[in-house]
Each structure stands twice: as C-alpha cells, then as structure tokens.
Design a protein around this ligand. Structure first.
Ligand code: CBF
Length: 835
C-alpha cells in the first residue's frame, strides 16, 4: 500500500499503460526490440536460439501483463485460493503452450516468417522444463493448466531445481546419466529478489515463560537458509486468467561469501556456506515411486514447505481476517506425502508464532477444506518414512509437534477402540521400528480433511489395504476418489494440431478443448467415409513424423505403414517393460520359425520403448539394456526386415511425448494389476486416436468403462487374484509359461549378447517368486497381441474403433478433475476475469 502511486499521478500511469501486442506487426516489433535490447544482438547475428529467446520474452511480457491483472483482481476480491504443493512440476516446453493458450500462434507464425524464421524451428529450440520424474509431476502441470483455464484463483508452489531430471544417453545399449542444466537461459521465470523467506534448520528448542505467564517453545540456533521466489506465469486457455507457479531457490543467508575468510586466504571455506545453502534446491531426486530417506531430501521438503507456508500466511494476514477464517480463505493440496510437513509447520506457526492455543490451532489446521492429501501409490517402497533421529536433528521443534499430534490422535483412537491395542501400533504416526520412523502418510491423513486416490481401483485399494484402519477411525467419508486427467490443450491441440483442427471443423468450434465431453458428437461421424479417411491420413502423417525422428536419432528406418506399438514411461519392474520385451522376443522367434512364404503374410510391427530408469535402479537399467540388445539383433536380421523393428528412444521427456503419442497405433499399459495407481499416458494415447493394450489396473479400468470393451485390449490377472498368485509362487511350485521358457532359453543361449547381464531378470521370474506375475500373464499377453494384429488388419474397423474411443474420452480431461477437487475437496469457486 505504501508504494501505491498517489491519485493525481495515476492519470499518467493510465496513459502510459503497457499494451499487449495484438497483431503480427506489433509482435514483430517486440521480437526485434528484445533481440536488440534484451539480447544485445541485431539482424546480423540473430540465430534460431536468439529468435526463440526474443519470441519467448515477447510472450512472457504479454503473460506478465495478464498475470498482474489476475493477481490484482484475486487480491481485490479476496476470495478463497487453492495452493497446490508439489515437489515436482513437469512442465515441458512453455512457448508453444503460451502461444496457443493466448490464441496468438498464427500471429506469431506470420511474424516469425516475416522475420525469416519457421515457427517449428523456433519452438524446437526450447529446453524442456523437466522438474519432475513422471506421472506425478506431469499431473501437477496438467492441473495448473486446468486451474488457469477454468479461472480458479490458484497458485502452485514448488522448488526451482538447478538440475531437473537427468538427461539420458544410451551408450552401447546402457543408460548413462548426464546432468540437465536447464537454467542458462530461462525466459519463463520471473525472479523476485524482494520476495524471500528465512528458513531455519537444526538448533534446539527451549521452553520459556512469556509476558502472559504462558510456557512457550522457542526454537533457536541452527542455521538459516534463504528462500528466493521465482515466479512462472501460467496462462489459461482462452481466458485472460494467468496464475502463478512460485518456485523457491535456496541461497546462503550471509550474502555471497564470507569476506573475512576470503581476506585471510581461506578461499575454500569462504564460499562453503553459500555452496551448502545452494545445494538444497540444486537437484531433483530422480526416483519415481521410490523413497530413499536422504537427509538432503528432507531438507528440500522442509525448505519448500516453510517458504510456501510463510508466503501463504503472509498473504492471508494482509486481509486482516481472524485466524478462524483461514480455512475459508486457503485450501492446500498436498501432492503426495512430500509436503506433509506443511501440516506441522502450520500448527507451529499458529502456536509458537501467533500464540494460539493448541486446540484452536489444530482445529484450524484440520478445518474443513484446509488440507487435502492425494495418495499416488500403494507400493510399499514408495511410502515415505523418516527416521525420528533425523527429524529430531534437522527439525527439533517439528518432531515435538509431531509427537503431540500423535499423542492426541492415539488417545482419541484408544477411546474409540478401547479393546483393540493393536490398532494403536498400526495407525501410530511413529513406527516403533529400529530406528523409529515417522510415517508421513499417517501424518498426512491425520492432518487432512480429505484423502483421495487417483483412480477408482486405486482409491478402493487404499481404503481396503494400506489405510484400512483409518477408514474405521474417520469413517469412509474422509476418503474419496478423483480419477486423474490430462489437459486436452497440450495433449491434443498442441501435440496433434491436425487432429485438433479436424475435430474443430466437425464440431463447429474449438469449444471442445474446454469442454471435452463435446467429443462425443464425433460418434455420429464414424460412418462418414471422408472423415474416416482424413482421420487415418492424420495418424499416418504423425507416424511419418515419428519415423523421421527415429531415423534422425537412431539411424533405423521404420516403415510408417507398420503397426506402431509404443511403451513410453518410467522404467520400472511393476510397469513390466520386461514383459513387453519378452513378448517381442517371442514374436521374433515365431517369425524366425516361419517359412519366407508364411512371413510374407505377417503384419509388420515397430516396437518402440522409451523412459528413464532411476540411476540407482539396477534391474531397470538391465531392462533398458535388454531392449537395446534385442533391437541390435532384430533390426539387423535380414530374414525379418520390416516385419519387426525394436527401438529404444533416448531421453524420453514431455516434448518427445508430444511427437510419440499422436503416432501410436497401440500403446502398452501393462502393469501388474493393482500396482499402477492410475497412469495418465494411457489417456494421452487414446485421446490421440491410438488404442491400448492393458491390464485391469489404474485408470485402464475407467477407460474401458468409457470407451467400451470392444475398443481396448485387456489381458491378464485381476488385482484381487494377485496376492494368492504371489503366495502360490512362494509356497507352491511355480511353473513358467512354456513360451516364456523358450524366450529365456534364447536369452541364455547368448542370442542377445551378455548372458550374465540378463540372468537376474530371468531369475526374478523363475527363481525369486515372480513378484510381478510376468509368467502368469505371459500367455494372455501374447494371445491378446494376436488379437491386436488381427484387428489392425481390418483398417476400416480399426479407424472406427479409434474414432469411437476418442469420442468417449471426454471424462479424462484434467478440467473434470479440477471441478471435482474444487467441489468435493477445496470448496473454491472460479473467479473469471471479464476484461
Ligand atoms: O497420479 C499421477 C501418477 O503418479 C504416479 O506416477 C506416482 O508417482 N506415484 C503413479 O505411479 C501413476 O500411476 C499416477 O498416474
């Protein structure tokens, strides 16, 4: 308020308001201005990188204008805001998305052409913002797009990692990790050096008596690290609403370096503090569905949570409302358990800083529509636990509060179940193990008013397995389901512009991009010959585009008329890329056993794999190695020719997904039933006219419900049978499927090179209990692939299936998810801007 311009001078401001460019001429002017001033270049040294930079700066300026107005309006209206706390935001590229969302892509295209550039080349210059591992981070990015597109007052909070997910190189068939330094030029962020928060670590807690005679806890000593805000504008589609993603970067509190140490010649330690502080936001942990319990990771979590909560509370306090109104003004969504400390931190702020009584504070913290917790996995290795000793050391005051929360919680459980001692051990936030551990999921449930899973099966599973006791305690209403979704703006309009335009031409407008249920009108056209022809042509063109990319990056020629079979996602045993590659080997052996005449009748296939393995996940890396080893044999086998090609595409990321998804005929979502919480790439592939082969797992089940059983290829055992099968493997005899046994024999013969490297993968199935049921599902997998081949031969029918499936995908828009969260969890309303 103090910095506000006095009334008499405001006229001058209004006269000189910055205007957003509206035409390609104005856009060109902006680009040239940025080339000449921001980049200090000219038309004599403007390469594509510089043109990209200037174009992005022009768009960023435009977004910032809308961002400012959105923030002013949201502050003025003082309505409830949603804060989405996620340790990962897998945003991908921003330029194309910004151009499409503000409806200026054609303008930019014309302007760039005038200045001597092709828009595709400029878009291609951008480095992906890869601040995430996989599904969880990409979901957060889709949600930001939907929140802005639907005009919800919402902020994302995350960490500004200096290194995002590593870049994957494949060298001699093995994954090699290379750091992803993406910040050398990032026009999309807006540093806010004036928005900082001091975050405390370590130290000790003492009890003192305050002026009112009350005993209060004082957390003192330790070290302070400063959090600096970097804001990333998030433009909504077809709306001026531009939300904010605030990413925190860490820096030392004592300035750049210690001058005293520097002057006395102790150069190394003069920068040590700065380096130690900066490590916090240095690197994204590259594990997907795996928690490793590293101290730095816990430091990252608290650093981010403390800075975000401070910011949220600071904003709330400006409104001068009473604390009781906090849950009416603020909804905080915890994306997985990573931000669970936010619950403890808010309680700490309320009792230690604001001086509220414990009970009132806890009422506010657990207030309706305050904290919501989304669970994304039931895999035991992914459920977060922290050693009590580590929490005590790093966050001594927080551990005390966690113990108090647990005490009151257990007391109430004891009252509710006086005859059941065991339940206390099972639900306690503290696991009485050696060492003792803090169970973050339990803390998240106790502190949240709603807990949701991300697909129906998954939400049922959490209620009947890992969180069963909590359903008894809190009743079923605390648990809910919000099936995941994807943004159709990026995953259809941006990734597959021709398909998007074809659909728009048939539906009469682009409105379906904001109301995806409108796709259902396409079903009326499934018999329209011309439409089907265009549909098939677009798929073919997308396959040609991918074939070209494959040739450029791997040197392998693939036939775009072949059936493209794709599995791209993180490499994980539960996702079963090993099942896929064993299936590919089986196909290869079958082809090899045929006469040339028989072979001629077979359908050509291209098996495409992509995805990163966590650097410490040895088995996942062996799977990548086997895929590459099979590729080098099969792709060079003259008997096979075009009939089978096997490719591993290096460094799978969001921008590559945008080329791959529109080009698939069939994609693989083949996790062991009950292990994949939802999956979201399944939705991306179907929305782009590809069919899927999948298990009855995660969102595949709802996709089947929507698209119909005839338009999906399901196989394999059901989740309800998994436990019995595993038990039988361990305690009974486990006979390997005979076709799979032949595949193993071939690998063990050395057909694909190093027998030693692949032996553990085979032993996992044959000798170590086949935890992921590879052998149990193999037969049905192979048989279902035969059905895929058969169905693909009838191109006419295949296209009908493809159109029908797309027409029925409306449910999977992330807009639907946001409405469900807003209504059932956050209790917030949209706040449209009318200018
Ligand atoms: O909910 C989003 C995705 O999250 C995961 O990637 C995760 O990190 N736990 C799950 O594995 C996916 O099933 C899920 O779609």
């Amino acid at each position: 308020v103090e910095a506000s311009i006095p009334e008499p001078q405001r006229e001058a401001w209004k006269r000189n308001q910055t205007a957003a460019f509206k035409s390609s001429d104005e856009f060109e002017k902006e680009v040239v201005r940025h080339v000449e001033t921001s980049l200090a270049r000219s038309m004599f040294n403007c390469d594509e990188k510089a043109a990209y930079s200037a174009t992005s700066l022009a768009f960023r300026d435009r977004l910032i204008l809308d961002w400012n107005k959105t923030q002013q309006r949201q502050t003025y209206r003082d309505s409830k805001r949603v804060y989405y706390l996620s340790l990962e935001f897998l945003m991908g590229r921003a330029l194309d998305n910004a151009m499409l969302n503000v409806g200026m892509k054609d303008t930019a295209k014309a302007g760039l052409a005038d200045l001597g550039f092709r828009i595709e080349d400029i878009i291609g210059q951008e480095h992906d913002a890869a601040l995430g591992n996989g599904g969880l981070g990409r979901l957060a990015a889709c949600f930001l797009d939907s929140l802005a597109s639907l005009d919800f007052p919402a902020w994302g909070y995350g960490l500004r990692y200096r290194y995002g997910i590593f870049k994957q190189e494949i060298i001699d068939g093995y994954q090699v990790e290379v750091p992803d330094y993406w910040l050398d030029f990032n026009p999309w962020e807006f540093p806010r050096h004036d928005v900082t928060v001091d975050v405390q670590f370590f130290g000790s807690v003492k009890k003192v008596t305050n002026e009112e005679g009350k005993s209060v806890a004082v957390w003192e000593g330790g070290e302070i690290v400063v959090a600096v805000a970097y804001d990333v504008p998030i433009p909504g589609y077809d709306t001026p609403t531009t939300n904010n993603l605030r990413l925190w970067s860490s820096k030392a509190s004592g300035g750049e370096f210690d001058f005293q140490k520097f002057n006395s010649g102790d150069y190394e330690s003069s920068v040590a503090e700065q380096q130690r502080a900066e490590t916090i936001s240095n690197v994204l942990y590259p594990n997907d569905n795996l928690e490793r319990g590293k101290e730095l990771r816990l430091k990252q979590q608290y650093f981010w949570v403390a800075a975000s909560l401070y910011d949220i509370v600071r904003r709330f306090k400006k409104s001068k409302r009473a604390w009781r109104e906090f849950p009416e003004q603020v909804a905080i969504q915890l994306n997985d358990t990573h931000p669970t400390l936010a619950i403890v931190e808010l309680q700490r702020i309320l009792i230690d800083v604001e001086g509220l009584e414990w009970d009132l504070a806890w009422e506010i913290v657990t207030g309706t529509s305050q904290f919501g917790y989304t669970n994304h996995t039931v895999l035991p290795e992914a459920l977060e636990k922290w050693p009590v000793g580590l929490v005590q050391h790093l966050l001594p005051r927080h551990l005390q509060i966690i113990y108090d929360i647990n005490l009151f919680f257990l007391q109430s459980v004891e009252k509710q179940f006086p005859d059941d001692r065991d339940i206390l051990t099972r639900v306690s936030i503290i696991e009485e193990s050696q060492p003792k551990m803090v169970r973050m999921a339990h803390l998240a449930i106790v502190g949240s008013h709603k807990v949701n899973g991300v697909a129906e099966l998954h939400s049922d599973l959490i209620k009947t397995t890992i969180f069963k006791d909590f359903v008894e305690i809190y009743g079923p209403d605390r648990f809910t389901n919000v099936t995941n979704g994807i943004t159709p703006r990026r995953w259809l309009h941006q990734a597959n512009p021709r398909l998007s335009e074809l659909i728009a031409s048939k539906l009469g407008s682009h409105e379906f991009l904001k109301d995806l249920s409108q796709l259902n009108k396409l079903e009326l056209l499934v018999q329209d010959k011309e439409f089907k022809k265009e549909w098939a042509e677009i798929k073919f063109a997308n396959k040609v585009r991918l074939a070209k990319y494959i040739k450029e990056t791997t040197g392998v020629n693939v036939n775009p008329s072949a059936l493209f079979d794709v599995q791209v996602k993180r490499i994980h045993e539960y996702k079963r890329q090993q099942l896929n590659i064993f299936g590919v080997i089986h196909r290869y052996l079958t082809l090899k056993a045929m006469t040339p005449a028989e072979r001629k009748k077979q359908l050509p296939r291209v098996s495409i794999f992509g995805g990163k393995a966590a650097p410490g996940y040895w088995m996942a890396k062996q799977i990548i190695h086997l895929i590459n080893a099979v590729g080098s044999v099969v792709n060079n086998d003259e008997d096979i020719g075009d009939l089978l090609k096997v490719l591993f595409l290096e460094d799978y990321n969001v921008s590559k997904a945008e080329i791959i998804c529109p080009a698939s005929d069939i994609s693989e979502h083949i996790s062991t039933a009950g292990t994949e919480a939802s999956g979201t790439s399944n939705m991306k592939f179907v929305l782009n006219g590809g069919l899927i082969i999948g298990t009855c797992d995660g969102a595949n089940i709802e996709i089947t419900r929507e698209v119909g059983e005839n338009n999906i290829f399901l196989f394999g055992n059901l989740a309800e049978d998994v436990e019995d099968l595993r038990h039988a493997h361990t305690y009974g005899s486990h006979t390997i499927d005979p076709d799979l046994a032949k595949v193993f024999e071939e690998i063990q013969k050395g057909t694909f090179g190093s027998v030693h490297d692949f032996s553990a993968m085979i032993a996992a199935v044959k000798d170590h209990g086949d935890y992921y049921l590879v052998s149990d599902d193999f037969h049905s997998y192979i048989e279902t692939h035969k059905l895929v081949d058969e169905a693909y031969r009838d191109q006419e029918q295949w296209v009908v299936k493809s159109i029908t499936a797309v027409a029925r995908m409306g449910f999977f828009s992330s807009d639907r998810c946001i409405y469900e969260y807003a209504d059932g969890i956050w209790n917030v309303e949209p706040l449209p801007r009318r200018d």
